[in-house]
Design a protein around this ligand. Sequence first.
Ligand code: HBI
Ligand code: FE
Length: 278
Amino acid sequence: MAVKPVIYGQSDRPPRGDYSRAREDYTCDQNFTAYTEDDHDTWRKLYSRQRALLPGLAAQRFIDLLPQLNAAQGIPRFEDINARLLPATGWQLVGVPGLIPEVPFFTLLANRKFPVTDWIRTPAEMDYVVEPDIFHDLFGHVPLLFDRTYADHIQAYGQGALKAHALENKDESCQAAVEHLSRLYWYTIEFGLQREGEDVRAYGAGILSSPGELAHSVQSPEPERLPLTHPQEILRCMASTYKIDSYQSQYFVIENFEALLALTAPDFTPYYRQLALS
Ligand code: HBI
Ligand code: FE
């Protein structure tokens, strides 16, 4: 039975993906033969432009792991990356037609399956695409899945999000738990910065896959850069809303992935309760 598409933000925007291909768990096989030469050319242009921007702006760990995609020559096959990723950290990429509902998404993460959208933007969208496409998901998110500590954090996020979803249904005082937790996802996994010596570097996928926000997030004097190193700061992050279609006005800075994993290990129920009261 075909699953229904998910529409984010404005509901008047038709979903980009072909959800009729999706299985019950919203995954679908990567439609590799559907890619045209123009699609591979779009990928090569996105890849080479973004790769050239990384030095001095992207987390060194990301730069070191990017070659694991082996993707400079064109759109890679998910199965080829899985042959390296599974032995490295036990993760595997699964195709999805686009954004999927939160519970199927969290369930995949909790099972060390990362959903990768399999369509690519048009040449006209080289600088910005509203929904995450294969370049955002693959270039932005996947290299760091080869880092064991970061990979463990992503799985813990999925497990925690499923707990938050269950909590919403049974505990009056935690009605916005999933929303609060998705803000943490936004300010770390999507738009996170980390310390590197005296500098900050980007590790969030939304920044790493953006031609403009990579320099903005690390070098611009405009945005606030707030520490994310203590439980109190987790609360501040969860209380912070975010914008999906412009550069962030604030970023959160972690020490490193070990610190992020430790900081997000405790049960967040007290945080959800406290936020619900504020
Ligand atoms: N679906 N395919 C896909 N990719 C995402 O990154 C994604 C999603 N659905 C839900 C979602 N992200 C957000 O809820 C995150 O904040 C968790
Ligand atoms: Fe993303």
